[in-house]
Design a protein around this ligand. Structure first.
Ligand SMILES: C[S@@+](CC[C@H](N)C(=O)[O-])C[C@H]1O[C@@H](n2cnc3c(N)ncnc32)[C@H](O)[C@@H]1O
Length: 182
């Protein structure tokens, strides 16, 4: 059974550095994150930082019956909630993506990152981007949102390409980085 969603704002007040946002992502931001991904065929999507499931649910609503979502989350209460979502296309991994060994290299169609990378040091960001690239299929899509353009340069340099989008209808408004694994 789906339990009541944990309150992201309350958890953020306890650990803003890890949660990175005081308010969960809006449906508008979810839509921007998923725009351009081909959901007409079976896909494997990896979501980083599932939180209380705001973006996870949008992904589950978008994908076809034979698709899969792996959501990666380190916060125990969020993990418990994500695991209560009754959808056999969803797997919840309670770990940091950098430590992950279960997702095969070059097997993922898109990585949707909700991680607060502004709070990661340069080495951790580099490790994350290297891992993401290793998981993506050729032409696989990477998405990351951020409330400033702080990491635009590092993400663009890592993928060698970048399309920038913006979502006004989110608290706070957010930039969306979109890169392809060329
Ligand atoms: C801004 S919240 C996003 C929650 C939700 N996806 C949304 O967009 O509303 C970021 C989430 O990333 C998680 N997180 C932070 N560092 C992480 C890491 N290294 N590995 C996995 N999850 C992490 C936090 O616990 C938090 O739930």
């Amino acid at each position: 059974m789906n339990k009541a969603r944990p309150n992201l704002t309350r958890e953020a007040f306890k650990n803003l550095r890890q949660i990175g946002s005081l308010v969960e992502s809006s449906p508008y931001l979810s839509k921007k994150l998923l725009k351009g991904i081909d959901f007409s065929k079976p896909v494997h999507i990896v979501e980083l930082g599932g939180g209380n499931g705001a973006v996870t649910r949008s992904i589950l609503n978008a994908i076809s019956p034979n698709s899969r979502v792996s959501t990666v989350e380190i916060h125990p209460e969020f993990v418990k909630h994500l695991r209560s979502i009754e959808d056999n296309r969803l797997e919840v991994l309670n770990e940091c993506i950098s430590k992950n060994q279960s997702i095969a290299e070059q097997s993922v169609d898109a990585v949707i990152s909700c991680l607060p990378i502004a709070n990661f040091d340069t080495a951790k960001k580099k490790e994350l981007l290297t891992k993401v690239k290793s998981l993506l299929k050729p032409a696989g899509q990477f998405r990351q949102f951020q409330y400033s353009l702080l990491d635009y340069g590092q993400v663009k340099a890592s993928f060698g390409n970048m399309q920038l989008d913006y979502c006004l209808f989110n608290i706070p408004p957010a930039f969306v980085y979109k890169s392809i694994n060329l």
